[in-house]
Design a protein around this ligand. Structure first.
Ligand code: AMP
Ligand code: GLY
Length: 419
């Protein structure tokens, strides 16, 4: 098979890395890719948003399957576009990708089908939202309706913080003009858990559960980011709770999408909170998670190309999907200033000194033969071990071998599993 992956982050690097282990893959391409991806796939200088360019390349290079990584092209309808041109593609169509693209759509779907989630109200009127937040009090959660690169959610510990978030989204419109509706929801307390599943309509094949670390600093302090690190699986969460999440949230949601005439095909990502009264939905994403993919695919034993192929041929139910019983930890190295503004083009040293980890590149490029930073999240150093502890030790030993000016990372990835 000749496979083209769309995207340029750590998630796409991990997908391609998993595909390098496939016996079915003849050639791998990535559009546009990054400096790390270029070591295992041919990078094609076509942007994720350039659907015509992607279709043209797919035809010329005789691509057998396109795999879409990020949410933006999915929300903009890349799957519909390629399918109309008879190019095989793995990912949800636009009418299903809305499960990530609109938080209001998803909250209404969950309410309609009685799927556990935080209580909420939606607003397009600033004064009304303000009055509601003041009535409910803190802690309270404010979310921009549309896509916001993981930064559209404020978990407010004080009412003033929630008021500021409403002002930013609804008045200043910092996530774009028109992206000014909000969901205001109940604060859920508990352990977070991400479950990604391969989905084709009502067929749901869950992957191993993982946990992200959204906030930038140790101890879950500071602003939210796209994700500072992950581990997989979650030894401190009983299998019965994981099964409950699959049976009461993920399968009913896939079935609800079918009933709504929006069958989902692709990777459905459930962001969950394990509360005292059971697992509840925080959000759904229409794609692999980043950096969840880095740890989850590190433990996949089945040929990933087989799974993709089965999904696009309607045979997802039949594939045997096997997982390693080891553990994986991914530590993200970020640029100075991230998740705020950050410099680019900073030289990265020590990549060749890494011993026990796979370094997935998230935001890198090559300048004058040197690998330099290009994004806020730069690298995801990922190791496996017999336990989370062992994987942590290996990953952090390698993190310390890599250096670039201003680099920062969390030192507590995976610790929640050990307490
Ligand atoms: P989201 O982009 O919806 O995943 O939200 C980002 C992060 O905010 C989540 O990973 C949670 O840590 C937190 N969060 C979102 N909604 C809630 C909620 N209702 N209660 C508590 N924390 C939340
Ligand atoms: N790590 C969270 C996400 O991919 O949305």
């Amino acid at each position: 098979m000749r496979i083209l992956v769309i995207g340029k982050g750590g998630r796409e690097h991990a997908i391609l890395w998993a595909l390098t282990r496939s016996s079915r893959v003849e050639k791998l391409y990535c559009a546009p890719g990054n400096a790390g991806i270029a070591q295992i796939a041919e990078c094609v200088p076509v942007k994720e948003s350039d659907f015509a360019g992607i279709a043209q390349f797919a035809r010329e290079a005789k691509i057998d399957l396109v795999v879409v990584g990020p949410e933006d092209p999915l929300a903009a309808g890349i799957v519909d576009y390629l399918e109309e041109r008879r190019i095989p593609v793995f990912g949800p169509r636009q009418n299903a990708a809305v499960i990530e693209g609109s938080k209001i759509f998803t909250k209404e779907l969950l309410r309609k089908y009685n799927i556990p989630t935080a209580a909420y109200e939606t607003f397009d009127n600033y004064e009304a939202a303000l009055a509601y937040v003041r009535k409910m009090g803190a802690p309270i959660v404010v979310k921009a309706d549309g896509l916001a690169a993981g930064k559209g959610v404020v978990v407010a510990q004080a009412v003033e913080e929630a008021e500021k978030a409403l002002h930013d989204i609804m008045v200043a419109q910092v996530f774009g003009e028109g992206n000014n509706q909000v969901v205001v929801e109940e604060f859920l307390q508990g352990q977070e858990m991400s479950i990604l599943s391969f989905v084709d309509g009502a067929v749901v094949r869950p992957m191993l559960p993982s946990q992200d670390h959204k906030q930038v600093f140790d101890g879950d302090k500071g602003p939210n980011t796209g994700g500072m690190g992950t581990y997989c699986p979650l030894p401190h969460i009983p299998q019965s709770v994981i099964d409950e999440a699959i049976e009461t949230i993920i399968k009913p949601t896939a079935e609800a999408m079918v009933k709504e005439g929006r069958p989902f095909r692709g990777v459905l990502f459930a962001g969950l909170m394990v509360t005292e009264s059971g697992p509840k939905t925080i959000e759904f994403n229409a794609r692999f998670g980043d950096p969840e993919t880095q740890v989850v695919l590190s433990l996949l034993e089945t040929d990933l190309a087989d799974i993709f192929q089965a999904a696009v041929e309607g045979r997802l139910q039949e594939v045997d999907i096997r997982w390693s019983d080891r553990s994986a930890v991914c530590v993200v190295l970020a640029s100075e200033g991230y998740p705020g503004s950050y410099p680019k083009g900073v030289p990265i040293h020590g990549l060749d000194d890494v011993r026990d980890s796979v370094v997935f590149h998230a935001g890198t490029t090559t300048k004058d033969g040197q690998i330099v930073t290009e994004g806020g999240r730069v690298l995801g150093v990922t190791a496996t071990g017999a336990t989370i502890e062992e994987a942590r030790e290996k990953a952090y030993a390698d993190v310390r071998r890599i250096r670039f000016a201003g680099a920062h990372y969390r030192s507590d990835i995976g610790l929640k599993a050990l307490r």
